[in-house]
Write a protein that binds this ligand. Structure first.
Ligand code: WT7
Length: 653
């Protein structure tokens, strides 16, 4: 997706009022700290880490043997301790940590279910659940799968795992039973935490049912399923495997000392899509991730003790891990958490929530902003958004029109906007404005965070001149970086460290302008971003060919006004099967049940053959062109079968 055609290069500085009170109040302050962080990373990060709690100090800030980093080697710490105990020690015990509201509403529009937990109360619940986990046989190093809606118990479960040193693997509630099964097997995880269901757009999502299906698929490999009661819906029960959350915590002590964990102890796995094969388990460890999320959250959102911070992401994605759970809690702020859809019961829900809890910092995705834009500026106007001080965006390039709409209609023209570029792999925000310092240009993620050394290079690794597009790489290790792909060192090396010699390869295309501002163009591999959700074309293709009528399938992303990119599938059928409209629906449904609703193609097209090069590679460029413009021009001389394109062209018109 290109953002360049409608952008201006005029940078607007933050208001003097915002800068005056900000952690980083000027570009000079930013430049000098950034330079220091690059020239002396060990000195810089050592000083930053001194503000966190360690049971034992590190021997060395960084040990770097490309592509393997050890940050704070030799140290012992615990992320759950830093999010909870350390906050209480610092006088934050009675401060609200989480303000939650569920989706269902009463007749007068107020939420049916709400819960506020102070840091002390959250601590007690985490300890109690951590003891319950131990009682259920979960030990340090056991991978625990978590598949839950956005309820406080999701954060409690993660913090309880972190407390006892059991790495969590959170799976987004939109994924199917098959997707859960694949992740269970890859992580060799024998324990699942789930709920009977979750509310989404007025309906119950049958989470427990999906877990049951996954358990069946992995055939007896799951020892325990802990089930939180959320929806009062009917579920199946396996008495020797399933245990209710409320029964598991019954009688458990609210005291559970945090394990002293090695700095490089595995904190979590988070599965994400790559260009080939099945999703990969991105591995993050303890101390580096902890320091990086704390430090980025503080500076990017300019967090202050009284902030009421709301990130609308789902915790099933990295954004929720880093900027709902671990980053904000380490900063002792109040987190707003909401269970359901932005349009339930109507499109005012988000603005009601901002108004009700006096939200000061708000972080969402471009897709959501575009959806709000479509509903009109009247809706946010009906609510008091005057407490907002800062707005953030993440997940995909933001088009300047959406940026400007967000600025005017949500931020009232007075809030800095932070367009934050990062990835599941990076653990935290990498390229971003610092709100009190960086003049912003709509559509640009602007400048690197402290300690981050990005560059735009060509295929040989040579930096390209300003304003020319190339590949985005990171030239130095950083504390929040992934430590590997779980169980697959070769893929880790190949995916991230061999494309451009000596650098971390992001998979994104970008350009850098004459002011050193980065403009992210989008993925250069076969990863697509649909509503900010990351999907691999290969996994959707294999879902399609698992349908009995499908012979071959090619999936591409094409630009979509609302969702950024949309999925188009080109399908050939096995002989003897007829093309008809109902089969299109059937195939969309099939992808939905194999992977999850977020992976359903918007457009399915049938063709006699797929355009291929002589060596048998599918010519995706042609398919993308076809899906985007409706026809194909340009060089097709290497096509195996020119008639394919003729068929596709006539199909499209
Ligand atoms: C991909 C990573 C980072 C949390 C959510 C996504 C795209 C992310 C931006 C942005 C343009 C962005 C990139 C990246 N992306 N943020 N501000 N501007 N593109 O994490 O699911 O791992 O996806 O999202 O293409 O590679 P993810």
């Amino acid at each position: 997706m290109s953002t360049s055609s409608t952008t201006t290069n005029v940078a607007v500085p933050p208001s003097p009022a915002f800068s005056a009170g900000a952690h980083v109040p000027s570009m000079d302050a930013y430049e000098s700290q950034w330079k220091r962080s690059i020239d002396d990373p060990e000195g810089y990060w050592g000083e930053v880490a001194a503000d966190s709690h360690f049971f034992k100090k590190w021997d060395r800030v960084l040990e770097w043997k490309l592509p393997f980093a050890k940050w704070f080697a030799g140290a012992e710490t615990n992320v759950s301790y830093n999010c909870l105990d350390f906050q209480i020690e610092n006088g934050r015990g009675d401060h609200p940590a989480i303000i939650w509201e569920g989706e269902p509403v009463n007749d007068d529009g107020t939420p049916k279910d709400t819960l506020t937990l102070s840091y002390r109360q959250l601590h007690a619940r985490v300890c109690q659940f951590a003891n319950a986990l131990k009682k259920q046989g979960i030990q340090k190093n056991d991978r625990v799968t978590i598949y839950m809606p956005m309820v406080p118990e999701l954060a409690i479960a993660m913090l309880a795992c972190a407390r006892i040193g059991a790495p969590h693997s959170v799976i987004f509630g939109g994924f199917s039973g098959q997707a859960i099964a694949d992740r269970l097997v890859d992580a060799d995880s024998r324990h699942i935490i789930t709920t009977d269901g979750g509310w989404r757009r007025g309906k119950v999502i049958p989470l427990k049912q999906n877990v049951d299906e996954a358990c069946k698929l992995v055939d007896g490999k799951v020892d325990k399923v802990i089930v939180l009661k959320r929806c009062e819906n009917e579920i199946q029960w396996e008495a020797d495997r399933d245990v209710w959350w409320h029964e598991a915590i019954d009688g458990m002590s609210e005291d559970c000392p945090a394990e002293r964990l090695d700095a490089e102890h595995m904190l979590f796995l988070l599965y994400t899509s790559g260009s080939t094969g099945k999703p990969k388990g991105i591995l993050h460890t303890t101390a580096g991730y902890m320091i990086y999320t704390r430090h980025t959250a503080k500076h990017v959102f300019d967090l202050k003790p009284d902030d009421v911070y709301w990130c609308t992401a789902d915790i099933g994605w990295i954004t929720g891990h880093s900027y709902i759970v671990y980053g904000p809690l380490q900063n002792g702020v109040t987190n707003v958490m909401y269970e359901g859809g932005p349009n339930y019961p109507d499109w005012e829900r988000f603005w009601q929530i901002c108004d009700r809890y006096k939200v000061t910092k708000f972080y969402t995705a471009p897709t959501a902003i575009r959806a709000f834009m479509k509903q009109g500026a009247e809706l946010p106007k009906k609510h008091d958004l005057s407490n907002l001080k800062l707005l953030g965006t993440v997940g995909e390039p933001i088009n300047p029109a959406a940026w400007n709409w967000y600025d005017e209609n949500i931020g009232g023209g007075r809030c800095p906007i932070v367009d934050t570029w990062w990835q599941t792999e990076t653990g935290g925000i990498m390229i971003t404005p610092l709100p009190g310092a960086t003049p912003t240009k709509p559509g640009s993620a602007t400048r690197p965070f402290f300690g981050i050394d990005p560059a735009v290079v060509d295929a040989s690794g040579a930096p390209v001149p300003p304003n020319e597009s190339g590949l985005l790489v990171i030239r130095k290790p950083w504390p929040g970086m992934l430590r590997g792909i779980y169980g697959d060192e070769a893929r880790y090396r190949k995916q991230y460290w061999t494309e451009i010699d000596g650098c971390y390869f992001t998979g994104d295309g970008a350009r850098c302008d004459e002011d050193g501002y980065f403009w992210i163009i989008g993925r250069v591999d076969d990863v697509i971003k649909v509503s900010g959700h990351r999907l691999g074309t290969a996994e959707i293709e294999s879902a399609l060919v698992s349908h009995p009528k499908v012979a071959e399938a090619a999936v591409i992303g094409y630009p979509d006004e609302m969702t950024g990119e949309a999925i188009a599938a080109f399908v050939t059928l096995k002989s003897g099967f007829e093309v008809d409209e109902s089969l299109k629906q059937e195939l969309k449904q099939h992808v939905g049940s194999t992977l999850g609703a977020i992976a359903k193609p918007k457009d399915v097209r049938f063709t006699d053959a797929l355009p291929k090069t002589r060596s048998g590679k599918i010519m995706r460029r042609l398919l993308r062109e076809l899906a985007t413009t409706g026809h194909v021009k340009g060089d097709i001389t290497t096509l195996e079968d020119l008639t394919t394109i003729a068929t596709l062209n006539s199909e499209a018109s």
